[in-house]
Design a protein around this ligand. Structure first.
Ligand code: ADP
Ligand code: MG
Length: 250
């Protein structure tokens, strides 16, 4: 149905039978952008606002969110010096996909089928932007891998936090040094890599304007959050057929 989250054709067709899809319709919202753009901060703000509105919402971060996916996260993001050969780009892409597949099956699909809003701190577009735009892997193959991992699930809304790589790097540097995790593999990539990732995201926003909303992440956080919230309200209303109103008059 127009405006609804795309369901899980792979599952709905009876292919897997692992996910019981009810008639309830949730809303999947992803937040994308380069490292330091403000994704995690924004997801927290939106989750809080949804809570205030009494809307059942679930936050997940990628890669992660299940036992298996967190183990894969550790493999992907933290590499000790001298810990063996570099991860091949294709292996990296498939590990992200495996983590995502488990997250969809265990957490996202059940939450959506209960009619909840699911906020994803990164989702399928990260694979396209990082492994495709950044690493140069074949985009159509990556789309197929995404589709296999998610059963074709596509967000109702994607908030793209657009920021220049240099600004993102500055923010990461100043992000609470005391509780700062060690730099992960992707954070140590070159500025050129991030420029390609950003460019890919921008092209995606231009190609899919109904789904991908670009927000200028250079702007003050309050302003970014306000624009994001307006987009979230609209998407929730649309996806739930008016059931989730997020404080808007019915
Ligand atoms: N619009 C903004 N303006 C200025 N600083 C911001 C803004 N959004 C986020 N930040 C700050 O930038 C840093 C990185 O944000 P974070 O949410 O961790 O980014 P990401 O999850 O995209 O890597 C944090 O210290 C955060 O407080
Ligand atoms: Mg983050």
């Amino acid at each position: 149905m127009a405006g609804h989250c795309r369901r899980f054709p792979g599952y709905a067709a009876g292919g897997q039978g692992v996910i019981g899809i009810s008639e309830k319709q949730g809303c999947l919202i992803s937040v994308e952008g380069i490292d330091g753009a403000g994704k995690t901060t924004l997801v927290g703000i939106i989750a809080e606002k949804l809570k205030e509105e009494g809307v059942p919402a679930r936050v997940v971060r990628e890669p992660g969110g299940t036992l298996l996916s967190e183990k894969i996260r550790a493999l992907l993001l933290h590499k000790e010096p001298g810990e063996g050969p570099e991860l091949a780009y294709t292996a990296e892409a498939l590990l992200y996909a495996a983590a995502r597949a488990q997250l969809v099956a265990e957490v996202i699909a059940p939450a959506l089928s209960r009619g909840e809003v699911v906020l994803c701190d990164r989702f399928t577009d990260s694979t396209l932007a990082y492994q495709g735009g950044g690493r140069g892997l074949n985009i159509e193959l990556l789309r197929a891998v995404n589709s296999l991992a998610t059963g074709g699930l596509t967000p109702c809304l994607t908030l793209l936090l657009d920021l220049a790589p240099a600004a993102g790097r500055m923010r990461l540097k100043s992000r609470g040094q005391e509780n700062r995790a060690p730099a992960d593999r992707l954070e140590t990539e070159s500025e050129l890599f991030y420029t390609r990732v950003r460019q890919f995201y921008l092209e995606l926003a231009a190609k899919e304007p109904q789904r991908v909303v670009r927000l200028d992440a250079e702007r003050p956080l309050e302003e970014v959050a306000e624009k994001a919230w307006a987009a979230v309200k609209k998407a929730c209303q649309r996806a739930s057929g008016g059931k989730i109103t997020c404080g808007l008059a019915e």
